[in-house]
Design a protein around this ligand. Structure first.
Ligand code: IFM
Length: 424
């Protein structure tokens, strides 16, 4: 008997810029050409050409869904002009998935943005939510009949954090208040898109779509349990990083004292929430003025000795997934794990990682939390943004010289669970 609910979605994810190759018209390509990433994405996994072969492999691994993203810069290379050839490409991608019996879970924007949008101010521009939702409207018109599950944005806070606080991703800025503005625009962008997809799909296709976003989550623990200051910053950071974005959309209000008090056109603009979960961080208080009050991530040795770490040095902390699912139950919405994965040189670690995290998902489900799917990150080894190609997250190994695919053992172990729903 399966340990998971009937019709549970099992699969893996990719994102356009990380696997397709040749995405020359987006911000990342320019950033890479300026030598600001570890290495350029180049042809990546050539997934743009090889998607059929890759989906056949996913089917052979018993997946029944697949999450991928549309490349905005291919589809709208110039503002307002949809490229029909690219539109046909993504229709073919979706139809191929459908023919194989893989439910397409379509992310509309997974970080990379067209150069024209980037150069006119990206998500800083006050008009950005409208510009994005105009694009989304066209996607709903074209694809609404083929897609049931939409994810408007992938990890909007990660985008704002890496691009506007850490300066490690385009546009390479370091300005806390600007990052808040970007976050506000991303919230509006999601809400406008939610409304448009619903309207168009209902009117044009007499269908009710399911729309969510993929929220990056992370568990935070205080550096020193006994320090009230550390505990305070930890709680604040935990709340800001995990709940602020979702809570604003749920309540229809963006509120940060002295900074924002904005009302959204609707409340609860979600049909489900996608949870991306990888790890835990320890937090140390460094002051009480903003943004110091959110503390800083502590990398002291004693934390590093607690648990195992992945290739990128992130702690492997399966219980954190349970913690997050329990907390997200407060939103009273269906939940799906849209990303969970490990980059590891030893593939046994991947198999253990998947099973350990699935046990926590089952624990949450057994306690009544409505999780309806698990999507591993990633189907293929791929381009890990500023870190280049060295981190290997894939169920399927990619030889970047020959583009040969090799199914890892962990993929076979995961395939057994996808088939039987059984963790033993
Ligand atoms: O590769 C990324 C992905 O693009 C977004 N979520 C986290 C993954 C691993 O870092």
């Amino acid at each position: 008997m399966s340990d998971f609910p009937k019709n549970f979605l099992w699969g893996a994810a990719t994102s356009s810029h990380q696997v397709e190759g040749g995405n020359k018209l987006n911000d990342w390509w320019e950033w890479e050409m300026q030598g600001k990433a570890k290495e350029p994405s180049g042809e990546a996994c050539e997934h743009y050409k090889r998607f059929k072969e890759d989906f056949d492999l996913a089917k052979g691994l018993n997946h029944n869904c697949h999450r991928f993203s549309l490349e905005w810069s291919r589809l709208e290379p110039e503002q307002g002009k949809i490229d029909e050839k690219e539109m046909a490409h993504y229709k073919e991608v979706i139809l191929t998935l459908r023919e194989l019996g893989l439910e397409p879970i379509v992310t509309i924007n997974h970080f990379s943005i067209p150069l024209w949008f980037y150069r006119s101010g990206a998500w800083e521009q006050p008009d950005s939510p409208h510009i994005f939702s105009d694009f989304v409207e066209k996607m709903a018109e074209e694809l609404g009949g083929l897609v049931d599950y939409w994810i408007t944005l992938n990890e909007p806070l990660v985008y704002a954090y890496q691009g506007y606080i850490m300066g490690k991703w385009p546009p390479g800025k370091s300005d806390f208040y600007l990052s808040l503005k970007v976050i506000k625009n991303l919230i509006f962008a999601h809400v406008f898109s939610y409304e448009k997809i619903h309207l168009i799909t209902r009117q044009r296709y007499s269908k009710i779509p399911r729309i969510g976003l993929s929220k990056h989550t992370i568990v935070f623990s205080p550096c020193n349990e006994k320090s009230l200051k550390d505990r305070f910053s930890t709680a604040l950071r935990h709340n800001m990083a995990n709940h602020f974005f979702i809570k604003s959309i749920m309540t229809g209000k963006i509120f940060i004292p002295g900074i924002f008090n904005e009302i959204l056109p609707v409340k609860r603009a979600f049909d489900f929430i996608g949870v991306n979960y990888y790890s835990r961080d320890f937090v140390r208080n460094i002051g009480f003025s903003a943004p110091k009050i959110l503390g800083e991530v502590c990398t002291l040795l004693h934390h590093r000795e607690i648990g195992k770490r992945n290739f990128l040095d992130w702690e492997i902390y399966p219980e954190g997934l349970y913690v997050i699912l329990k907390e997200f139950a407060r939103y009273k919405l269906p939940l799906i794990i849209t990303e969970n994965g490990i980059c590891a040189e030893d593939d046994n670690e991947r198999a253990n990682f998947i099973l350990a995290h699935l046990k926590e998902v089952k624990r949450a489900i057994d306690e009544g939390i409505p999780v309806f799917g698990y999507i591993y990150w990633s189907l293929l080894d791929n381009f890990e943004w500023d870190k280049g190609f060295s981190p290997r997250f894939g169920l399927i190994e990619v030889d970047y010289k020959t583009q040969e695919r090799k199914i890892r053992n962990s993929a076979i172990e995961y395939a057994r669970v996808c088939k039987t729903g059984n963790l033993k």
